[in-house]
Design a protein around this ligand. Structure first.
Ligand code: ATP
Length: 306
């Protein structure tokens, strides 16, 4: 069974250099290894859902450079509909330059490039797909007004991943989505409360519902997730993630959201079952290296009890 999932968001390419240590300002050093990874929260979440078997469409912008073309090829091979992935004249693709030291310390420079050019008019051009989506997913790596317009057009379930968190924002970002989904750090920025454990996350979820969110989902790494359905007097649901041997947690949050959309849209299961299944998929992704490469395919569905 397929589901219609539309993602509005970012495409970034990570250039990762590994060296014994980080260079100081003005210094040039030799590194040991270099890799490029396809990333960006929008594309990651879309690929996570597509790899499970969902019918996905991405609304995004890449630059008119070699990386833009490569990114579209990557999405095509993951089975994502790229009709609305636009090549942007006079703009580079979104790039993250990452230096990683042996100690695990890193330095990152992000250039949003074409992602900044995603516009409300691009959203209007994709109106038919967005308004007929069963599940719509957005994040905040592209201009927030595009997420707001997409949510206004949505007639299905909308998931806004409030990442990266904003300290000032249009309150519609909280009130429009069906599900406002964030991690602990973002929950702390959006509420001003400390969020370090499930108890704190419960308080933050209640605070966000008071601020107008329809429902709130907070992910807590290996501690799983906390969900508030927004109903009056509702008990906050705490869902544990399976215990796994973690190798690389990059993109775990994106695997979680893409899988959540798949289970809500394609499998039409209850929110509790969808969150439990999304935790299972995200936990599996942390046992492998990389971002999109680590997201599991449909074989994982046999291991999930829906
Ligand atoms: P990232 O920014 O690395 O993509 P995030 O901070 O947005 O991640 P997390 O809360 O770290 O998201 O993780 C999302 C989900 O992934 C968790 O709710 C959990 O289900 C799963 N997960 C992450 N880390 C682990 C782990 N070490 N063990 C088991 N599950 C994990």
């Amino acid at each position: 069974m397929s589901s219609k999932i539309v993602v509005v968001g970012s495409c970034m390419i990570d250039f990762v250099s590994y060296a014994s240590r980080l260079p100081t300002a003005g210094e040039t050093i030799h590194g040991d290894k270099f890799v490029t990874n396809f990333g960006g929260k929008g594309a990651n979440q879309c690929v996570a859902a597509a790899k499970l078997g969902a019918d996905t469409t991405l609304v995004a912008r890449v630059g008119n450079d070699i990386w833009g073309e490569k990114y579209i090829d990557n999405l095509d091979s993951a089975g994502v509909n790229t009709e609305f992935v636009l090549i942007t004249p006079n703009s580079s693709s979104g790039i993250a330059q990452i230096n990683v030291a042996e100690s695990g310390e890193n330095q990152i420079v992000i250039v949003a490039g074409a992602n900044k050019q995603l516009s409300v008019s691009d959203i209007e051009d994709a109106k038919k797909s967005i308004s007929s989506a069963e599940v719509l997913i957005m994040q905040l790596e592209t201009p927030p007004e595009t997420a707001i317009r997409a949510m206004e057009l949505c007639t299905g379930i909308s998931i806004l991943n409030g990442a990266p968190a904003l300290s000032t924002y249009d309150p519609k970002l909280l009130t429009l989505p069906t599900i406002f989904c964030i991690n602990e750090t973002e929950a702390s920025i959006f509420t001003g409360l400390p969020v370090n454990n499930t108890g704190d996350a419960e308080k933050a979820a209640i605070d966000l519902v008071t601020k107008g969110c329809k429902s709130v989902l907070i992910t807590l790494g290996e501690q799983g997730a906390v969900y508030h359905s927004g109903d009056c007097g509702c008990k906050v649901l705490k869902i544990e993630s399976p215990k796994v041997k973690s190798l690389d947690t990059t993109g775990a949050g994106d695997a979680f959201i893409g899988a959540l959309a798949y289970f809500i849209g394609a499998k039409k299961v209850s929110m509790e079952k969808a969150i439990r299944a999304a935790c299972f998929v995200a936990a599996d992704s942390v046992t492998k290296l990389g971002t999109q490469m680590s997201f599991p395919g449909p074989e994982i569905l046999k291991k999930i009890d829906l």
